[in-house]
Design a protein around this ligand. Structure first.
Ligand code: GLC
Length: 704
């Protein structure tokens, strides 16, 4: 195991690493350097993992990616960037594997077999970066070493592992209460409802629209008493408006980003004209972070930070240029050139590079052009929130996640994968993105289940739920103007299926939470490509099956009208077929290829050999789960061990080693199975079902 660090140019502290590594002199191993481009010859068998939030497969070979936080809702295969800049890759060959991390705030191009099929080249826009080469004997080791370098992942409260309902927007207090009431009336478990931009007064951060939310504080209280937490959105831009305290304070203290002339930079987003807080300035960061107290004091326990790439609808300069083109075009016979110039003047207004090149940060004394540190903006907005929340209550875990991110932000919060669409392709992309996000430190993550844009269909929703019940962030979110997506929005038949799935999720909470916390503590990843554990050729290639935690292999159905799927088993495994917590069956399948029928209302996943899965019970929310009984299904050929982690779910005591561990060991003997249970979880009943190839199932009940 080793990490080597090479430095190029003048380095800006990106706040990505937590471990100081001595600089190396001399040649970067593996790579050839020419004209500031690093290149590497890929062998036929090499796989390239990483790059976190991006389009296409788990193996990134065959495309060109650019690390540049981008607000682009069209997540098509021809895109090079999404909202995150995650400059970490692992090259996994047959004879050698290593990781590469480019620590830089500026744009990086990863050409992975795009220009030349067998060449990986890395080009950093500014010659201003640290390059780390991470070597290890296997993929798990490399990924762990990288995580040790960048620090421990954020830990949300345990209730954030429950089901979360969102929509842009539940725009009035009445509507929010009504959604909560419906869930409770229909006995569908739920932990959170989201408040999108309409809860604010004229889209101003840290304000309430009391016209549509007349009793905001009481609503938060009532709903919390009913076990539902409300999670408001916070946007990066702050409205320019006299009398608005955030605007006035920021101006007075000089906390906003500046334009060329040294005046606060003006961009436009939801409220019209805004200023951007200078999140790269430590005082401004502290100031903004403390503003979250306005909502915390109203009983709010979690936030989502949005539009922090930062998204810009237009700038005054851009708009004036466009108006000028309109003026010049009036009464003219527009030909191919002039017509497209007119069209592009408006099409190119948003998120334009000329705007990103026209404002500045004051990085504690150093004045830096935004574009040179673009990828650090959303990262530092979320850092501001995390540090602010920490200063408000240092012992409490808040829910916090962001849209934009870069390496290192995973210490402060999670991410959601932005504005996807209700497309089968986007369900597939969600599956494939999970391992790469995990490799880059993002454990608390998930997609807008059902898709944000577009109209979801009942079957897509069902299949998407069947996957999202396994992801730490399980949030159903959809955009204005699209079909409603609540579990009861697709008719009675689908409602029943979706309710069963949400209940199943609550049954999975002990396992998901345990795997999450162990991954945080040990710097492991929860979602892995098969090749992390199996080294055969097929396992290296498969992308629509992924490992989840210590015990499971997920095999979601991601095709429209799919009533079954091919599954490849690198070893004998136990298939679980379920419709809900009360309708589960299992069967051992031998190593190899199988076609398995799976009806729409059911889903399958696999317990690996010598592993076990634990299922608890459902409840109206995570806090109400009692789990007096845990059902354990184990597939044991020799010996299976599982360590179930649990803690109070809300404090940071786990940092001082205060948590429970329940260790279950099942050993196959000549005559029978020996079971050892060790732990300090009181008054629990364990229903253990042991399945072994060729022998009869064994059922045991244990009390602790
Ligand atoms: C952005 C977010 C989306 C949100 C919308 C309105 O598009 O990505 O989730 O609903 O803004 O706030």
């Amino acid at each position: 195991m080793s990490i080597k660090r090479f430095s190029f140019g003048k380095i800006i502290d990106c706040n990505s690493v937590v471990k100081e590594i001595e600089k190396e002199n001399g040649q970067v191993p593996y790579f050839l350097e020419k004209d500031s481009v690093l290149s590497f010859k890929l062998e036929k068998e090499d796989l390239v993992y990483g790059l976190g939030e991006n389009v296409r497969g788990i193996n990134k070979r065959g495309w060109i990616f650019e690390s540049y936080c981008s607000d682009d809702p069209n997540h098509a295969q021809d895109k090079k960037s999404l909202y995150g800049a995650h400059n970490f890759i692992i090259i996994h060959g047959e004879n050698r594997s290593f990781g590469v991390f480019i620590d830089t705030p500026s744009k990086v191009k990863f050409d992975i077999g795009y220009s030349e099929i067998d060449t990986l080249s890395i080009e950093v826009e500014e010659n201003n970066y640290d390059l780390y080469i991470i070597e290890g004997t296997n993929l798990n080791e490399i990924s762990k070493e990288f995580r040790e370098l960048i620090g421990k992942s954020y830990v949300p409260p345990k209730w954030a592992f429950g089901y979360q309902q969102s929509r842009w927007s539940y725009a009035t207090e009445k509507e929010v209460r009504e959604i909560g009431r419906k869930f409770r009336e229909k006995n569908i478990p739920i932990d959170c409802i989201y408040l999108d931009i309409d809860y604010m007064e004229k889209f101003k951060n840290f304000t309430i629209n009391y016209e549509s939310f007349p009793n905001f504080d009481q609503m938060v209280k009532d709903m919390k008493e009913d076990g539902i937490r409300l999670i408001p959105i916070i946007d990066a831009g702050c409205k320019i408006e006299n009398g608005y305290d955030v605007y006035e304070e920021g101006i007075k203290k000089g906390y906003y980003c500046l334009d060329k002339e040294g005046n606060p930079f003006v961009a436009a987003v939801w409220p019209g004209k805004v200023h951007f807080p200078d999140f790269l300035n430590s005082e401004a960061r502290l100031w903004f972070g403390k503003k979250y107290k306005f909502l915390v004091d109203k009983g709010i326990d979690g936030f989502w930070n949005d539009m922090n790439e930062p998204a810009i609808f237009y700038s005054e300069e851009g708009l004036n240029k466009a108006y000028k083109i309109v003026e010049e075009s009036k009464n003219k016979n527009l030909d191919i050139y002039s017509f497209f110039a007119l069209k592009d003047a408006f099409m190119g207004l948003s998120n334009s590079s000329s705007d990103y090149n026209s404002f500045y940060h004051n990085m504690d004394g150093k004045i830096i052009k935004h574009n040179d540190v673009h990828n650090l903006f959303g990262h530092n907005m979320t850092r501001a929130a995390a540090e602010g929340l920490d200063s408000i209550d240092k012992d409490k875990r808040f829910l916090l996640f962001s849209r934009a991110s870069s390496i290192g932000m995973h210490r402060y919060g999670g991410i959601w994968t932005g504005d996807n669409t209700s497309l089968w392709e986007h369900l597939e992309m969600n599956v494939k993105m999970m391992p790469n996000l995990n490799m880059c430190g993002y454990l608390y993550t998930g997609a807008d289940t059902g898709g944000f844009g577009g109209n979801c269909t009942p079957d897509l929703m069902t299949r998407w739920f069947q996957f999202s019940i396994f992801t730490p962030l399980f949030r159903n979110h959809s955009a204005m103007g699209t079909r409603n997506q609540e579990p009861f929005a697709f008719g009675e038949k689908s409602e029943k299926i979706l309710k069963n799935l949400i209940e199943f999720r609550y049954g999975l909470v002990p396992y998901i939470y345990s795997e999450y916390m162990k991954a945080v503590i040990n710097n492991d990843i929860m979602f892995k490509p098969l090749s992390f554990e199996y080294n055969d050729v097929t396992s290296r290639e498969i992308e629509d099956q992924i490992l989840m935690g210590d015990s499971l292999m997920l095999t979601p159905i991601i095709k429209q009208n799919g009533r079954g799927r091919y599954v490849y088993l690198p070893e004998d495994m136990l298939m679980i077929r379920a419709k809900g917590l009360n309708d589960i069956s299992y069967k051992v399948f031998s190593k190899g290829h199988h076609y398995i029928n799976v009806e729409l209302e059911e889903f399958i996943f696999f317990v690996r050999k010598d592993k076990m899965i634990l299922l608890g019970e459902s409840a109206k929310n995570v806090q109400s789960i009692e789990n007096k009984e845990l059902n354990i299904i184990a597939f044991v050929e020799e010996k299976a061990i599982y360590e179930l982690y649990n803690d109070d779910g809300i404090s940071k005591d786990y940092l001082n080693g205060i948590f429970d561990k329940l260790r279950i060991e099942i050993i196959k003997g000549k005559e029978e199975f020996n079971i050892n249970v060790d732990g300090n979880i009181k008054d629990k009943k364990l229903n253990i079902t042991i399945i072994s190839k060729g022998s009869k199932d064994v059922k045991k009940v244990y009390y602790i």
